[in-house]
Design a protein. Sequence first.
Length: 132
Amino acid sequence: QNAYELWREDYGYAETLLTSDDPGIRIEALDEFAAEGAGLTVLARELESEADNQVRIAILHKLDESGSVIALHSMLAALNDREPEVVITAIQLIQEWQDEEVVDRYIQPFASHEDDGVRDAAMEAIDRVRNY
């Protein structure tokens, strides 16, 4: 058995809950995922396919718990989300990594974003990381 099959034996029910029509149930299901191993892969995949922005935000926070490269890649991908609220969350979480190179490369372009909230989050992230 591969790692995903082993993970599925223990957490497959939670993955099934992610298909619920109720966003609240999908958010609650995230608590069942360990922010490691195959669970991270499932969460990253769900982030890409999830329709509800509140669930996408919850997934970003769950991924962030791992501090993994998969989490960072998912956050960077979320910068392209259609909903400003998700983009703002991604910016705030990326800021916590305190990596000036990442902020300069990926967050700096959002300092001139048309959405006030996105623009403000980007400016704050840039300021905090550079003055850390």
